[in-house]
Every structure is written in C-alpha cells, then in structure tokens.
Design a binder for this molecule. Structure first.
Ligand code: ATP
Ligand code: MG
Length: 408
C-alpha cells in the first residue's frame, strides 16, 4: 500500500509498504532529502531503503520487550512492525509518521502531543486487557522503544512515560529517582523521575515527555550513523566530532556529566540509544544534548547484595569497557560540587522506604555503601592531576541494550 513519509506536515517521500509485514518495499519518490530521518540519505542525496527499514523497525516495540510476546498473542498480530502502521507510526519522541495516500489527514489532527490517545495498547502491554475486541490502536505505545514494560499516559494534561522494573528486585524505578536526585544536586540537565505503585504494590517510574511538538530526540546511534567513523577514531571522539559538526554547543561538558553520573550510579546500560541530541523538528537546527534519561539499569539492579558490595562485573557502555577507563575521557571534574553530594545516603534510604517487598535493608545498605565509595574514588581522581586517555583498544565490543527477557 502507498504511504507518504511525513515529518510533521513536510512531505518527505512516497513509500510502498507491505501492510502484511510492515516492511518498506520501495521508496517510490523523494520530495525532501533534508527532512529524512538522520542517517538514511548519503552525501549524494541517495536514500538507502535498507537503512530506512532499519529505522522503521527501530520505531517498533523490540522483540526483547518484557511482555511483548503475550501482547502480540492477545492482539493476534505476528510482529510489532504491524502495530506501527495502525497508529501512522506516530511517536512522542519525534515527529515522523506515515500518511496513507488515500486519507486526507494532517499532523495537527493526528499527533499525540496535542491529541488524546487510546489506552488500549498500553493496557494490553500491561497485561490488563486480554482480548482484542474493539481495540483502538491509536497510541504512542506502538512506537515506544526499550526492553522494560512501559506505557504512555496523559496525567494532568502532561504526556508521561510509565516504566516498570525487572524481576526479581524491580529496582530500576527507584534507581531512576536516585539518579534524578544525584543529577539535581550536581546541576546536570536530566529527566526527572518519580515512583508510583500499582494496586498490587508493583513500582513504576514516571517521567514527563521532554520532547514537544516542535522538537525531537535523535539518539547518539543515529547521530553517528550520519557520518562515517574512521577506524582510527574512537566511538567517543566520533560522537564528539558529529555533534561539533552539527554545531551543538557544550557537548564535551554534557558527556563529561553523563560519564560522571554513570560512574556514581554504576550504570550498566548507557547504550547509544540511551543518550542523544534534541533538534528542532521544523528548522532541523540541532539544539542541545538530550537531558540524561534512562538511568535505571544501575546500582546493581540485577545483582545480589554481596555482588553489589564487591563491585565486580559492572558492565560499562557506551565508550569504554570499564567505568574507570571511561572516567579517563572526562575533560574536567571542576564542575562537580562534592559538598552537594553530602547526605546522599539519607536520600537513597528514603527512596527505598516503600520498596520493602522487593528490596531489603541489607540491599539498601550495600547500594549506599557502593555509591559512597564511588563518590570517594571520584573525589580522589578529581583532585589529582591526570591526563585524558582515549584508547580505541578500550572501546566496547558490543553496544546493545540489556535483554530483560532473560530475567523474566
Ligand atoms: N521522557 C521521555 N520523553 C521522550 N522520549 C522518551 C522519554 N523517555 C524515554 N523516551 C524514549 O523512549 C525510549 C525508551 O525509553 P527508556 O530508554 O527509558 O526505556 P528502557 O526500556 O529503559 O530502555 P532500554 O532498552 O535502554 O533499557 C528511549 O530510548 C527514548 O527514545
Ligand atoms: Mg533505553
């Protein structure tokens, strides 16, 4: 079936899309090369259909999403790409969509920023709805990325993302709040998270959409796809180079901040879709580094208490294999106000106050002690003079999101 790929109301290209599989069969005609998603068009203005399909698949719920298999069974749908076409591919993180060519609709009438959306798909993903009768598919939950169970809801007129943790500790929602507190204290631009509990006492994190109808999130992965990386350039340097090419100000400082907070919380999943840039969706101007989001896979979220205490086997992404090596990329620690981190133990304790069923006191103490010792280490290197070491031999081998289905 023929669709138009749209960027708000800009006609980007006509596509032939297979409704049965959700696959883009052909880019029929290009109308606007500039407004293509980042990383699809080469220097000569040629759009790559395979790359466009990769981008399109990346818009759909990943197969590794907790509970997606069950949801597809309920909806009697073979693959999550089919869900994309049922909501015009609209999202709450960017402004792309596909318009069936026989329909006379505009971005104003369909977008999720200004218009209400159905809760049905969210309910199915939440395991709350067990039949597909009368399902209204017009929902941004069809286009949400990431492995954890999640849904968008309109709360007091604001678009909010609700996100679960993974079994058995369900720790990620609490970690998001602790990361928010640390970033508040250090003045790091971030998405602010809080925790709510459902009727069964299960915790979820809640955060507001940091994208508006005029902006969009472009992940670091996409930013880096747009420019070829030379083999003698590290992933870190390639990202900085791309951002500087786009004229993004203060990118080095923003990455310094992200590396430091990821060190403090021992983040194990800062893959290349968990940070990025915000651009103006109308003018295509690159605006600023995205505020730090998705910091929940941290603080030993999937480890036993003794493992949290030992601090061994902490994974590191996106630039180096260990957090200590990654700290070597930080150009300045001068901005860190260590005084502001004093008393963080009390805040951490408070966050976990209502988590008793999942997280016991020993676990909380282990988390506090690991955070305190990491802050101490950081303070030690911040005051000693050091050289920046960026060695491409230390680059991560793989950059993939955690697969929580293994923990289910
Ligand atoms: N507050 C937000 N505003 C807009 N878009 C968001 C927001 N939070 C997350 N997103 C988008 O939704 C995606 C999934 O969210 P998030 O990364 O928090 O989920 P996750 O399941 O923890 O992901 P992962 O697979 O990395 O563990 C993000 O990659 C981003 O594109
Ligand atoms: Mg994520």
């Amino acid at each position: 079936m023929e669709y138009s790929l749209m960027h708000k109301n800009v006609l980007v290209a006509d596509l032939d899309l297979d409704n049965e599989t959700g696959h883009i069969l052909k880019i029929v005609k290009i109308f606007n090369v500039q407004h293509f998603p980042v990383g699809i068009v080469d220097k000569n203005g040629i759009a790559d259909r395979v790359a466009l399909n990769d981008w399109w698949v990346d818009r759909s719920i990943p197969a590794s999403r907790s509970g997606v298999k069950k949801a597809l069974e309920v909806l009697n749908i073979s693959n999550p790409k089919i869900l994309l076409t049922k909501c015009f591919g609209l999202s709450l993180s960017d402004q792309y969509w596909i318009k069936p060519q026989n329909e006379n609709i505009s971005w104003e009438t369909v977008n999720f920023f200004d218009n209400e959306f159905s809760e049905d798909i969210g309910d199915v993903l939440w395991g709350k709805r067990l039949n597909k009768d009368d399902v209204n598919y017009h929902s941004p939950d069809n286009t949400s990325d990431g492995c954890l169970k999640k849904r968008w809801k309109i709360v007091n007129g604001k678009r909010c993302l609700l996100k679960s943790g993974s079994t058995p500790f369900m720790q990620q929602p609490f970690n998001e709040v602790i990361a928010s507190i640390i970033m508040d204290r250090l003045n790091i631009p971030h998405v602010s998270y809080s925790v709510i509990f459902d009727e069964n006492g299960q915790p979820y994190s809640v955060c507001e959409d940091f994208i508006t109808g005029n902006t969009e999130l472009v992940s670091a992965w996409r930013v880096m796809q747009a420019n070829k990386k030379r083999s003698d350039v590290s992933v870190y340097q390639h990202y900085i180079n791309c951002c500087e090419l786009y004229g993004v100000k203060n990118i080095i400082h923003a990455i310094d901040q992200m590396i430091v907070v990821d060190y403090i919380i021992a983040n194990e999943d800062r893959h290349q879709n968990n940070f990025g840039l915000v651009r103006d969706a109308n003018t295509l101007e690159w605006l600023y580094p995205a505020p730090v989001y998705d910091s929940g896979s941290s603080l030993g979220y999937d480890k036993l208490t003794n493992q949290i205490l030992s601090g061994k086997t902490i994974e590191c992404k996106p630039f180096e294999k260990t957090h200590e090596e990654q700290l070597n990329l930080v150009t300045s620690f001068d901005w860190i106000n260590f005084e502001a981190l004093k008393g963080i133990n009390r805040d951490i304790k408070k966050v976990f106050e209502n988590a008793g069923e999942y997280i016991d006191a020993d676990r909380v103490n282990a988390i506090i002690s690991s955070v305190e010792s990491r802050i101490e280490y950081l303070q030690g290197i911040a005051i000693s003079s050091r050289q920046i070491v960026d060695n491409i031999d230390d680059d991560v081998n793989q950059d993939v999101a955690e697969d929580y289905t293994l923990n289910m």
